[in-house]
Design a protein around this ligand. Structure first.
Ligand code: C2E
Ligand code: MG
Ligand code: MG
Ligand code: MG
Length: 285
């Protein structure tokens, strides 16, 4: 009896595991067709200058419209794209689309924006990364300073010596470099000095409770003064409430991004937002 039960439990366990494996195999299979099937789009989340309240840029965020499953968030498919190497082709598409779109906005008379594109570890380690980015910029005819590459701290630190070299090559192209999710990795401060980066992005886990949790407030403050003493701009992500925004402004944080300032929206909607006559965010009383 007990044995039968045990077997049953085991059976249920493998059933569950099978379902999850199947989902992964299924996603992986359909991910292979997603590029050719034009199933990807980019949303753009505004980035705000906390001094002027103006939109000075946007982060490009990838979305996958699966033919049966509907909209799939990057946290669910980017890891699969990484493991399979599909991220290289997908990343090329993101780079081309974002640079093309940004150039289009300039030609259509919008004030110049910096569009930020996320790079994953696999892309960052790719030998011809610099060449791929240069090609996208040339094809789009975009001045490199209007492209910002977001790289997470842990990706950079994996092969720190190699990473310093890659970052210098990217910097030589003239693009902006940002360290994403800053504070969550095992960053070495001595390396930070060697990285030719333009921006630190305070991870949203520190921003979330910043107005109620003293530890998070202290960490955010420390990142802002660290950035500024190294001459690096600081942006905070995940700003959802006015209290968080007020705190960051008081601490002298340069830029901000989050649902309170603007959700990720289509390229058309971002353009409309920028064109719409309005007074800049009333950031400081
Ligand atoms: P990330 O680079 O840290 O991007 C910020 C994420 O936070 C986005 O999620 C964004 O929608 C979300 N977010 C923005 N404001 C708020 C807020 O106020 N509150 C909360 N709770 N969340 C906020 P998303 O679009 O689901 O992207 C998740 C991650 O997927 C990104 O994290 C990035 O690491 C990765 N990713 C997105 N697009 C791409 C891409 O084109 N290529 C690669 N390699 N990775 C990408
Ligand atoms: Mg990012
Ligand atoms: Mg981030
Ligand atoms: Mg983050």
């Amino acid at each position: 009896q007990a044995k039968a039960h045990g077997r049953n439990n085991f059976w249920f366990f493998t059933e569950d595991l099978n379902l999850r494996l199947n989902e992964r195999v299924h996603l992986e299979h359909s991910l292979r067709q997603a590029l050719d099937g034009h199933q990807f789009t980019l949303l753009y989340q505004p980035q705000i200058d906390l001094n002027s309240g103006e939109i000075i840029g946007a982060e490009a965020l990838l979305r996958w419209h699966h033919p049966e499953l509907g909209l799939i968030e990057p946290d669910r498919f980017v890891p699969i794209a990484e493991d399979t190497g599909l991220i290289i082709g997908i990343g090329d598409w993101v780079m081309k689309e974002a640079t093309r779109r940004n150039r289009r906005w300039q030609l259509d008379g919008l004030p110049p924006l910096v569009v930020a594109v996320n790079l994953s570890a696999r892309q960052f380690a790719e030998a011809d990364l610099v060449h791929r980015i240069e090609t996208a910029l040339n094809e789009a005819d975009l001045d490199p300073r209007y492209l910002c590459l977001e790289i997470t701290e842990s990706h950079v630190m994996q092969e720190a010596e190699q990473a310093v070299q890659t970052l210098h090559q990217l910097k030589a192209l003239g693009v902006m470099l940002s360290i994403d999710d800053f504070g969550t990795g095992y960053s070495s401060l001595s390396y930070l000095k060697k990285f030719p980066v333009d921006e630190l992005k305070i991870d949203r886990s520190f921003v979330r409770d910043l107005h109620i949790d003293v530890d998070d407030a202290v960490i955010a403050e420390a990142i802002i003064s660290l950035g500024h003493s190294l001459n690096i701009r600081v942006i905070a992500e995940g700003i959802e409430h006015e209290e968080q925004l007020d705190f960051l402004i008081r601490q002298g944080c340069d830029h901000g991004q989050g649902f309170f300032l603007g959700e990720p929206v289509s390229a058309e909607a971002l353009e409309a937002l920028i064109r719409q006559p309005r007074t800049a965010w009333r950031l400081v009383e």
